[in-house]
Design a protein around this ligand. Structure first.
Ligand code: ADP
Ligand code: MG
Length: 259
């Protein structure tokens, strides 16, 4: 059985891509087959693993039906971890699919058949709630929402959980909110602590694992590596490992999206 997880938040810069890569790498290191789908036209996940798609072999080509699943999956350089890379072409899909039949189900349909090969599919979403994110939420069984431990962290979250609920009602009945993930936590600041407390108060299904702010985590992508390969003993690597273990422990316990 494959669990497809959308890593989503309409806000940019909250740690979606960093979480997709490093959670993926952590799960792979624990022996699980992981496929990352770069579904953001910024293609940061692809760049973070130093992967460039061959022409005509990106997530854009997959959802437009120009290429098959087998044609677009490439190795990431990490054992057990593969990726479907993106290019900026993907921005066009938002418009090209707008009038297409079954436009919200393109990614879901394209990923059918993946079930035999991977335990987890992690979809890195763009910072918006357009058709790309809706496709990701429709293809997913679960959602992880990274939340940066900064001022206004909760702003927009209510709106985003409303979007989840709309998708759940209209497109994907089984969609579950797996959890909120506190990212870029700085234990030296009271602000981080306050934000973490407030997020936990509003969303009891916030992961216990907290990702610390770490220079090493920010550096790793420029070397094309997940943090576990770049600096396995760094606090961020350990935290992503804890997140992976927490997820595996609670497999099947994900909560319904709150109305
Ligand atoms: P998003 O995908 O939500 O836009 P990113 O994962 O790209 O967010 O993160 C935004 C920026 O913050 C990037 O420059 C990234 O390297 C940095 N970053 C992410 N997580 C951490 C962390 N735990 N510590 C330090 N920097 C981080
Ligand atoms: Mg990103």
């Amino acid at each position: 059985m494959t669990t497809a997880i959308a890593v989503a938040n309409q806000k940019g810069g909250v740690g979606k891509t960093t979480t997709t890569i490093n959670l993926g790498a952590a799960l792979a290191r624990l022996g699980h087959g992981v496929l990352i789908v770069d579904f953001d036209p910024q293609a940061n996940a692809s760049a973070s693993l130093n992967v460039r798609p061959e022409p005509g072999r990106s997530s854009y080509d997959l959802v437009l039906g120009h290429a098959t699943l087998l044609e677009v999956v490439v190795p990431s350089g990490q054992e057990m971890l593969s990726i479907i890379p993106a290019t900026s072409d993907l921005a066009g899909a938002e418009i090209e699919l707008a009038a297409a039949l079954g436009r919200e189900f393109r990614l879901k349909t394209a990923l059918e058949g993946v079930a035999m090969s991977y335990n987890f599919v992690l979809i890195d979403c763009p910072p918006s709630v357009g058709l790309l994110t809706v496709n990701a939420l429709t293809a997913a069984h679960e959602v992880i929402i990274p939340v940066q431990c900064e001022y206004l962290a909760l702003e927009g979250l209510g709106q985003f959980t409303n979007t989840l609920e709309l998708v759940r009602r209209n497109l994907n009945r089984g969609l579950r909110l797996r959890g909120l993930l506190l990212t870029m936590y700085d234990r030296r600041t009271t602000l981080s602590q306050q934000v973490a407390d407030e997020v936990r108060r509003h969303f009891p299904n916030t992961f216990r694992a907290v990702i610390p702010r770490s220079v090493r985590a920010a550096e790793a992508p420029s070397h094309g590596l997940p943090i576990q390969a770049y600096d396995p003993s760094s606090p961020a690597a350990i935290a992503y490992g804890e997140l992976a273990e927490e997820m595996l422990r609670k497999e099947g316990e994900a909560m319904e999206v709150a109305p």
